[in-house]
Design a protein around this ligand. Structure first.
Ligand code: SAM
Ligand code: SF4
Length: 443
């Protein structure tokens, strides 16, 4: 029996976070299951899926500009254009009035219907953005993974936190947790397929609860860490309020759990954190950092910071700067505040002028760059275990990979080490990466 999309070729463009990357892997798996094949390029494709992000206005602008490039292609070929993801959920029917013509608008809760929606495409555009309150199981067979060594495994979706600036609860809906046995089965499956690393994904993984037993994230992490075949386990995103000592103890005691944590601070000022509805103060955050460092002095930390949130004064901003000094992050992701529809903060005056936001972002990034360079220098002369992930475009036996602490490492090796662990002697560094040479390879 021929499959519904036999003979078609698809191209997926993904914007946004790891959750979106994982959704795109599911969409690819579902389309492949319906008979379509991955296109060699955008120009060769019959089905184009744009998986969008709604977190900042800039993310939407990037997707719009990509969409604009498709007008010429649409004149030449009969392509199906589908907008998926968070911005599809937020903008819905408005997208159908745009150029180029969009055939489908599919929210994050409905992408499992994409193969059928593509196959049934009529002449008018269609919107599928309803959401379910229950976890929808995709499973490993409906996943076409991009990375040959690291596998994303979703454990939950949605968010109940309603941070005042954030659109996620409105587009991804309430928290839905995946049954623990399904998570463990997918991790085991990734191990048998040869993946070396697993990244457990969710908007707020620390509040995970097994829908059947009520078991929490610490228990899940402990069980995942005992699944054979997987050497490194990471998880994101953590919420500082929900990160308890049980989770930190599993990280400290289980050798397969990487001693690395992304813990979004958002602002160093307790006044701003209060207005953001984050549910912790600067002191509360620093107490969590102390707990982590007491248990794991070698832990590597990263964070998210927003500058220019409504009412952020120069003194508030200085507190974000001093938080960088106090914690010693290995990496930060920093953003200018962007008002989002439906959020509580959108009702506050966006009163930090654009040029002040821009300046604060530059000052923050410069401070972090200096701190990172100092931290990276302390790794020079040490041997770091690295998972090889890619080959450098420059050739000459140059590879790239990540350390257990998630630092980017560029190194030379005598053989192809992609998908393998390598001990790398660090000989030099920049603010954003370590540089070295392979001192020995493992499996
Ligand atoms: N659930 C995660 C968390 O709690 O951090 C990730 C949420 S979001 C996809 C990733 C980051 O985008 C946030 O941590 C925040 O720093 C940033 N962000 C979210 N909404 C924003 C907004 N309206 N303006 C600027 N940055 C924003
Ligand atoms: Fe957004 Fe806050 Fe939920 Fe993260 S925890 S997804 S920032 S509402």
């Amino acid at each position: 029996m021929t499959k519904a999309l036999e003979g078609s070729r698809f191209f997926i463009k993904t914007f946004g976070c790891q959750m979106n990357e994982n959704d795109s892997e599911h969409i690819a798996g579902l389309l492949a299951g319906a008979g379509a094949a991955k296109a060699a390029s955008l120009e060769n494709s019959d089905i184009i899926i744009i998986n969008t992000c709604a977190v900042r206005a800039k993310s939407e602008e990037k997707a719009d500009s990509f969409l604009g490039r498709l007008s010429a292609l649409q004149k030449k070929r009969d392509v199906v254009i589908a907008i998926a993801g968070c911005s599809a959920q937020l903008r819905r029917g408005e997208l159908l009035r745009r150029k180029p013509r969009i055939d489908l608008v599919v929210g994050p809760g409905r992408y499992h219907e994409l193969p059928a929606l593509v196959a049934e495409r009529g002449s008018g555009g269609r919107v599928a953005t309803g959401r379910s309150r229950a976890w929808r199981e995709m499973g490993p067979d409906a996943t076409l993974r991009e990375d040959p060594s690291s596998a994303y495994v979703p454990i939950m979706e949605g968010c109940d936190n309603f941070c005042a600036y954030c659109v996620v609860p409105f587009v991804r809906g309430r928290e839905k947790c995946r049954p623990m046995e399904r998570v463990l089965a997918e991790v085991a499956d990734a191990g048998t397929r040869g993946y070396k690393e697993v990244q457990l994904l969710g908007q707020n993984v620390n509040s995970y609860r097994d829908p059947g037993t009520g078991a929490g994230f610490a228990e899940l992490l402990d069980l995942v860490s005992r699944v054979g075949g997987i050497a490194w386990i990471r998880f994101l995103t953590s919420h500082p309020r929900d990160l308890g000592p049980e989770i930190a103890r599993v990280m400290a005691n289980r050798p397969t759990v990487c001693r690395q944590l992304h813990l979004p601070l958002q602002s160093g000022s307790s006044a701003v954190l209060g207005r953001m509805n984050r549910g912790y103060t600067r002191t509360g955050y620093m107490e969590k950092i102390t707990m982590l460092k007491d248990l794991m002095p070698d832990i590597r930390l990263s964070t998210d910071i927003i500058v220019g949130y409504p009412g952020e004064t120069e003194a508030d901003f200085e507190e974000s700067l001093s938080a960088l000094d106090e914690v010693g992050f290995d990496n930060i992701f920093s953003f200018r505040y962007s008002p989002r529809p439906r959020t509580a903060a959108a009702k506050l005056p966006d009163d930090v002028p654009p040029e002040v936001k821009r300046r604060r972002l530059i000052v923050l990034q410069d401070r972090q760059k200096r701190l990172q360079l100092e931290r990276n220098r302390s790794s020079v002369g040490t041997v770091v275990r690295v998972l090889g992930t890619g080959v450098s475009r420059k050739g000459g036996g140059r590879f790239t990979g990540r350390s257990e602490g998630s630092q980017v490492v560029n190194f030379t090796a005598p053989e192809d080490v992609r998908g393998r662990f390598v001990d790398v002697l660090i000989t030099d560094c920049g603010p954003y990466s370590l540089i070295g040479e392979a001192a020995g390879t493992g499996r």
